[in-house]
Each structure stands twice: as structure tokens, then as C-alpha cells.
Design a protein around this ligand. Structure first.
Ligand SMILES: [Zn+2]
Length: 195
């Protein structure tokens, strides 16, 4: 029982998992470290890339492994994505066997990381187009004020336009937004938002 991770022990006690054996190799108890890293069936995942060449080192638990990765020259983002993909597949296999094959884990992790980085880039470029320093002031009593704006997503050649109506207390009365084809100028898109 001492070999169980706290998580797995709790899961078994709560009948979330009914078998402490690793479903991949059926030879070891499934600790977190085993499920994500040291299961012999995962060799084809972690042997794929030389940067995980410390595969044969002994770690007592997952935090110790993680500490080693953080202090190494490894790509920590890729490690995190790969661990997540291993865990995702492990859970998928439990519900809908056989899930996807083990040899696809490294590839899927890499693709997920690339997708994440691309999304980060889009977020940065979108944020950079936001005008800073603008301060909203309320309309007079009995009046409504409409503010409109447009953000561009250059890589996707798309833009988002939106408009929001507020009263003199700043309460939102109505709002609308739409995803449109990228236009030649921001002014054009903002003008469209007013219609
Ligand atoms: Zn195993």
C-alpha cells in the first residue's frame, strides 16, 4: 500500500478506479510516476527523443522527475504537453478502449504544443492592436452611449467587430459582436460595427 501515490489511493478508496494495476503493462501498480513516465510500455514514447535520455535515471516520485526536468536543458513545454497527452490517452483507454496508439503520443504532443504556441501568437497580436489609454465616460442622464471597436486576426484574415450600448450609470443595455472577413483598414471595420 505504501507504493500508492496519494491520488491513486484516494481514487481507489472512492471506487473511481477499481484496479490499482497499470492498465498498460499489467505488471506494476499504477503510481503517477509509473503512469506518466516509467511504465515499460511508454518506452516508445520517451525514447523517441534524445532530450529524454535521462530515462534510465531513478526517480522516487513524479515531483522529483519534474524537478529534474525543470533544472535540465529539456524543452519543459514539450515535456508538459507530452505528459498531458500520456495522461489523456490513459484516461481515454479506460473509457473507450483502445484509444489512440502509443506511438502517436509524441507526435500528438508536438502538434498540441505547436497549436498552443500559434494561439499564443494570435493572442499577442490581437492584444497589440488594442488601443491603450482610452477612458470611458458616461453619457448624460436619459441618453445611451454606443462604443464600437474592431480587432484583427491577421493570420486568419478575419476580424471581430463589436458594439456595446450603456446608460448614464454605465449599465450595459445591449451588445452585439460579429466575426467578419478582414478588411483593408481598421476604420472600415469600425464603421461597419456602427451599422
Ligand atoms: Zn505500466
Amino acid at each position: 500500500m505504501t507504493l500508492y501515490s496519494g491520488l491513486l489511493f484516494n481514487l481507489e478508496c472512492r471506487y473511481v478506479v477499481d484496479d490499482p494495476q497499470c492498465p498498460l503493462c499489467s505488471q506494476h501498480e499504477e503510481t503517477v510516476l509509473h503512469a506518466l513516465w516509467s511504465c515499460p510500455k511508454l518506452a516508445q514514447v520517451w525514447n523517441e527523443d534524445n532530450q529524454w535520455s535521462f530515462k534510465d535515471m531513478t526517480f522516487h516520485d513524479f515531483p522529483q522527475l519534474l524537478l529534474h526536468v525543470l533544472n535540465s536543458e529539456c524543452n519543459v513545454e514539450l515535456f508538459a504537453t507530452q505528459v498531458w497527452t500520456v495522461w489523456f490517452r490513459r484516461n481515454k483507454v479506460r473509457t473507450t478502449p483502445p484509444g489512440f496508439p502509443l506511438y502517436l503520443i509524441a507526435q500528438r504532443a508536438y502538434e498540441a504544443l505547436m497549436e498552443y504556441r500559434a494561439a499564443q501568437q494570435r493572442t499577442i497580436s490581437t492584444r497589440s492592436s488594442v488601443r491603450l489609454g482610452a477612458r470611458w465616460s458616461p453619457p448624460l442622464d436619459g441618453w445611451y452611449k454606443a462604443n464600437f471597436d474592431a480587432v484583427t486576426f491577421q493570420e486568419d484574415e478575419r476580424a471581430g467587430i463589436g458594439v456595446i450600448w450603456r446608460d448614464s450609470k454605465g449599465l450595459v443595455m445591449a451588445s452585439a459582436s460579429q466575426n467578419i472577413q478582414l478588411m483593408s483598414s481598421v476604420v472600415e471595420m469600425e464603421a461597419l460595427a456602427t451599422i
